[in-house]
Design a protein around this ligand. Sequence first.
Ligand SMILES: *[C@@H]1O[C@H](CO)[C@@H](O)[C@H](O)[C@H]1NC(C)=O
Ligand SMILES: *[C@@H]1O[C@H](CO)[C@@H](O)[C@H](O)[C@H]1NC(C)=O
Length: 204
Amino acid sequence: MKAGIIFVLAALTFAQQVQPIPGAMDGISYGSLAGNTTLDVFFDHLCDGSAEAWPGLYSFWSSNQDWLRMVIHIYPLPYHYYSFSVGEAGRFIQTMYPANFTSFLSWFFQHQSKYLDAAQAWDQSQLYTNLAHDTQTATGVPFSLTEEALNKDSYDWSLRVSWKYAASKGITGTPQYMVNGIWTPGASNCVTVQDWQSFFSSLY
Ligand SMILES: *[C@@H]1O[C@H](CO)[C@@H](O)[C@H](O)[C@H]1NC(C)=O
Ligand SMILES: *[C@@H]1O[C@H](CO)[C@@H](O)[C@H](O)[C@H]1NC(C)=O
C-alpha cells in the first residue's frame, strides 16, 4: 500500500515535469521586435476558422508591421484527423525554408477539404506522398525533401513541443490569440482588416 502511494506520488511528480522547454521561443515570428505589440496567433492548418481569419490578419499585419509583431504557433487539433501530419510538413518548411511558410499556410488553408475528407481513404504512405507533392506545389520545395522530413522524428517531436506549449497557455482551440502575452478571446471573431483595426483600437 505504502509503496503504491509512493509510486503514485512519483508518477504525479513526473507528470508535472513532462512539459519540455522549447529549444527557442515557440512559433514563427514576423515583423520587428522593436514594436510595442506582439500578437501570438494559434492556428491549425485544417481549421476553417483559422483559414477564414488568415487573409485579413496577414493584410492587417503587413500594413502595421512597424509596431505589430505576429508570431504564428501551430496547434494541431485532435479532431481534425490529419492535422498533426500536415503540421509536421509545415514544421519542416518553417525550419528549413522559413521564407516559404506563409505560402505553405495559405495553400493548405485553401485546400483543407482534401486533408479533412479525401485523405480519410488514404494509408500512411499515400498521406506522406500527397503531403510532399502538395508542399512542392505550395512552396517549390522539392517533393523528396518533404517526404524525407516526414519520416524523421525531429519534426514530430518539435510539433509536440509546440502543442504542449499552447496547451500550457490554456489554448483550447483555433483561431485564438494573445496580445502581449494575454489571451484575448474577442480576437477570435476577427476576419477582415476592419475587424482587426477595431479590435486593436478597443484594447487600450
Ligand atoms: C503602439 O505603437 C503604435 C504605433 O506607434 C501606436 O499607434 C499605438 O498606440 C501603440 N500602442 C500602445 C498601447 O501604446
Ligand atoms: C521561397 O521563397 C522565396 C522568397 O519568396 C523565393 O524566392 C524562393 O523561390 C522560394 N523557395 C522555393 C524553393 O520555391
